[in-house]
Design a protein around this ligand. Structure first.
Ligand code: ADP
Length: 371
């Protein structure tokens, strides 16, 4: 009889009970196989859709189970099949982590491959008191590492920026305290102290603004903000500054509305206009244009000022970046204005474009998607 497909009609009557048992057993086996392959499919679907890499090896480093991300990572950006870690070659740090796990020690390392930082966690797999293999988890932690790097760089910059004016203030005050400043110079020294402390206040205010923008979880009121009315108000506030610099300001366009946080949009437009005045030339102009297009609201601030050298154009949005430190210092810049602008734009899911010609002027355009 055909054992895989036993049939009662084809065999003699005395074999009937046996055939029926065989039929039952075959049925059970089929069900179990189906269940197993369903479980395997579920497991594969689960692990293959993980962006984390997952790998299970036995004590001889034979690969028992792996997912796409793990093979992609171990293959250096190409998912190649892998039978044995030691024989088929894998990055040295991964091998060391596996070997440590096979010796019973859990390890965690971060390794950079092709500009991506991977966190590798290797755990021993213990069965009846013995290490039977190792389980590896690999995670892309590039963003976290970059944030950490920026945070460290920012703290270093902040300390440096705060120290400079404080050192001056302390120096001037010490001279005065020691009576080393002739009476007719006291006013000048007090003026220096005042100027430096104003700069400190401005710096601290900008840092507070930036860190507020960094806190993503704060709840703020989202409301329709009319960019035209906002600009009108800001230009009115900046008029005395512009007059002092002999700069003319104009506003044109439509009442374009953005769903956003008024305070943040206000700081954004203020910083753009403030820069356009600060880095202008006598008798220059600042032109603000607000437009409502079908799919977006736009604000463009253009000036006829000193412009930004091509080499610096990509960098001016970085924190504390200034093209000309001495000029910025004289005009009271902190190097944080445009990074606040960039942050504000990102927060409102907008885009920012800078166009500048040294000696001619600068034009910055921010576009927000219509609500
Ligand atoms: P700051 O407080 O120094 O103005 P920002 O972050 O606002 O800092 O700007 C960074 C640098 O970019 C400035 O120091 C300046 O050199 C340059 N910059 C910004 N806006 C303009 C502009 N409209 N025209 C020329 N240069 C500009």
């Amino acid at each position: 009889i055909d054992l895989a497909h036993p049939s009662a009609e084809q065999s003699s009557p005395e074999l009937a009970p046996l055939v029926s048992r065989l039929q039952q057993q075959n049925q059970t086996i089929r069900q179990q196989m189906d269940a197993l392959s369903r479980q395997q499919r579920e497991f594969n679907a689960l692990t293959d859709n993980m962006s984390e890499g997952f790998l299970l090896v036995d004590s001889r480093t034979d690969v028992l189970s792996s997912n796409h991300s793990a093979l992609y990572f171990l293959g250096g950006g190409e998912a190649k099949p892998l039978n044995n870690l030691r024989r088929d070659g894998c990055p040295q740090q991964v091998m060391s982590a596996v070997e440590a796990a096979l010796a019973g020690v859990r390890t965690e390392t971060v390794q950079e491959i092709d500009g991506i930082s991977w966190q590798i966690i290797a755990n021993p797999v213990v069965s009846s008191g013995q290490v039977a293999g190792a389980a590896l988890l690999m995670m892309d932690v590039t963003e976290k590492e970059q944030r950490e790097f920026l945070r460290k760089e920012f703290s270093a910059n902040v300390s440096h920026e705060l120290k400079t004016p404080l050192t001056s203030i302390s120096g001037f005050a010490e001279l005065m305290k020691e009576g080393m400043v002739p009476p007719d110079k006291v006013k000048e020294f007090a003026g220096d102290i005042y100027r430096e402390s104003q700069r400190l206040i401005e710096l601290v205010n900008d840092i507070i603004r930036l860190s507020r923008l960094d806190e993503n979880d704060r709840v703020e009121e989202i409301e329709p903000v009319d960019l035209y009315d906002l600009s009108d108000e800001i230009l009115a506030n900046l008029r005395p500054v512009a007059e002092r610099q002999h700069v003319t300001m104009t506003l044109e366009g439509d009442h374009a509305k953005v769903q956003g946080v008024w305070q943040i949009l206000n700081e954004m437009v203020y910083n753009l206009c403030d820069n356009a005045i600060k880095y202008n030339r006598p008798n220059g102009t600042v032109r603000v244009k607000v437009e409502q297009k079908r799919s977006e609201a736009r604000i463009t601030v253009s000036d006829t000022g000193i412009g930004i050298p091509y080499a610096d154009q990509n960098r001016v949005f970085e924190r504390f970046y200034r093209v000309d430190k001495s000029h910025s210092k004289a005009s009271g810049g902190t190097g944080l204005g445009l990074s606040i602008v960039k942050h504000a734009v990102q927060l409102h899911r907008g885009t920012i474009a800078l166009q500048s010609e040294p000696g001619k002027g600068t034009c910055i355009r921010v576009c927000f998607p219509a609500k």
